[in-house]
Design a protein around this ligand. Structure first.
Ligand SMILES: Nc1ncnc2c1ncn2[C@@H]1O[C@H](COP(=O)(O)OP(=O)(O)O)[C@@H](O)[C@H]1O
Ligand SMILES: [Mg+2]
Length: 247
């Protein structure tokens, strides 16, 4: 199971909106999906109450200690994707969710305050050696402001832009607000609109990233196992030599 966490110190950066949008985009791409809500504000639960379809379950988990065992149970049940929406700030539940994720998505609006506020979330993801990406959200359609914000995010992470910034950027459009208000995801509310296109594109970027990370992890495991095997052979050879010399 893949676990994606949406986390950002700043409220209003788009964690809940992106969680819903990505959940439905992933579902439409054939994944089984569960939305986990760790934010007591209850944006996702409220969204589900407005929703008539019962196809994507929102599961509230407000205690940090419940997150890991629940994710494990969901993984054992065969679920393919859990998307965890977190509260603003850095609560114990957010830290636990980041710790048990495969990918931490950090949404930020193109403003200095939002970009500076990514630092604390970034440091938690790094401390637990989790993959992370920024999602630039609520951007204007184009302009210098976006380029500056994208550059500042790369600087914040001291990495190349291509490595840290998810694509495409998500433009500010009413479709996002109207879809949430109607208990829908943007790809259901206006499936042929630009916002739906962007969210589907973002899901494809994330899916490719998860796949790449999984492949790299398998390779690392193989290299470690091979190195371990070689160490054993070397130790056996050294032991043989010692025995021969002693006899
Ligand atoms: N790309 C977007 N375009 C327009 N409005 C957006 C977009 N992303 C989020 N919003 C709106 O911004 C507000 C905050 O978004 P929300 O997802 O609730 O943020 P968070 O969960 O980080 O607090 C909501 O009213 C939401 O509808
Ligand atoms: Mg929220």
């Amino acid at each position: 199971m893949h676990t994606i966490v949406l986390a950002a110190q700043k409220g209003g950066s788009g964690k809940s909106t992106l969680a819903v949008g990505l959940a439905l985009a992933a579902k439409q791409a054939g994944f089984t999906v569960r939305l986990i809500e760790t934010d007591p504000q209850g944006t996702l639960s409220n969204w589900q109450r407005r929703r008539t379809a019962n196809d994507v379950v929102v599961e509230p988990i407000y205690h940090a200690a419940d997150i890991e065992p629940r994710l494990k149970m969901l993984a054992d049940s065969g679920l393919q994707l859990a998307i965890v929406d977190t509260a603003a700030g850095l609560s114990a539940a957010t830290t636990a969710a980041i710790r048990h994720s495969n990918l931490c998505l950090i949404p930020a609006r193109p403003s200095v305050a939002d970009i500076e506020a990514t630092a604390s979330t970034l440091s938690v993801a790094r401390a637990w050696k989790r993959s992370y990406s920024f999602v630039l959200n609520q951007t204007p359609i184009r302009g210098q402001r976006i380029d500056n914000a994208a550059g500042a995010l790369a600087e914040e992470a001291s990495l190349d832009l291509a490595e840290v910034l998810a694509r495409p950027l998500i433009v500010m459009r009413n479709d996002h607000q109207d879809s949430l208000a109607s208990g829908l995801a943007v790809s259901e509310f206006a499936p042929n609109g630009k916002s739906a296109d962007e969210i589907r594109g973002l899901w494809r970027w994330i899916a490719a990233r998860l796949e790449l990370d999984a492949t790299i992890n398998v390779l690392i495991d193989k290299v470690m196992a091979a190195a371990d095997g070689m160490l054993h052979v070397a130790a056996d050879l050294a032991a043989d030599e010692t025995t021969t010399l002693a006899s």
